[in-house]
Design a protein around this ligand. Structure first.
Ligand code: G6P
Ligand code: MG
Length: 217
């Protein structure tokens, strides 16, 4: 089966922003009296901002009204934006920029499938925005991962079918979204969180287009 396009998650795949999401959520959790560890953060990866807040509130058994929730999400986002304000190309994860260039040189399409509403800002800051044929982010979907909508819209925007595309994901919710949508999926990170993926790699340092083609022959 030939691969015509790759769809990349952003946070934790292209850029190491997961650490900033973590510190921003941890600050907020502390403020509302909820204990929030790095392990808890793993469960939030790939979830939308609102779903992430709901999980944290559930951990603390807190029930808040909508306005308070909106204010808390805004506060978290302001602090997150502060953390990423000095982000630049140096924060692109090792090898991923080269991998994208290789895809483009081979005539393959490249899309983004991220739950983040800050995707365009980040891609601009790390100077990768112009490389994407399609960008589907948290502003363009109704249902967030593990729903496949974000990747289905990405494939559609490129005029392709899910079976033509490979999704790269670091979050278990994202891997589930890709597999449920009919995509092939490469997990980025540790096998234990991502066992639904077709295979898992630690990152793009030693991963080239030829490795991808060989694995999906
Ligand atoms: C990504 C991250 C999540 C984050 C979500 C929303 O999927 O993995 O941790 O909550 O995007 O991001 P945003 O930038 O819109 O708050
Ligand atoms: Mg991610």
């Amino acid at each position: 089966m030939s691969i015509k396009a790759c769809i990349f998650d952003m946070d934790g795949v292209i850029v190491d922003s997961a650490k900033y999401h973590f510190v921003a959520w941890q600050e907020l959790a502390k403020e509302i009296g909820v204990k929030f560890t790095e392990h808890d953060n793993e469960q939030l990866k790939g979830l939308s901002r609102v779903d992430s807040l709901e999980r944290i509130l559930k951990m603390g058994n807190l029930h808040l009204d909508n306005d308070t929730k909106l204010a808390l999400m805004d506060k978290k986002n302001q602090s997150y934006l502060q953390y990423i304000s000095s982000m630049n190309e140096e924060e692109i994860l090792p090898g991923v920029g080269e991998f994208i260039d290789e895809l483009m040189a081979a005539g393959m399409k490249v899309a983004l499938g991220s739950s983040s509403r800050n995707a365009t800002v980040i891609l601009e800051r790390i100077k990768l925005l112009s490389k994407f044929d399609a960008i589907i982010d948290g502003n363009k979907v109704t249902f967030s991962k593990p729903d496949p909508e974000v990747f289905l819209k990405g494939a559609e925007a490129m005029g392709l079918k899910p079976k033509d595309c490979v999704v790269f994901e670091d979050a278990s919710a994202g891997v589930k979204a890709a597999i449920d949508g009919g995509f092939r999926c490469v997990g980025i990170g540790e096998e234990q969180h991502l066992n639904q993926a077709n295979f898992v790699i630690p990152g793009f340092q030693d991963f080239r287009l030829n490795d991808l083609i060989q694995r999906f022959k």
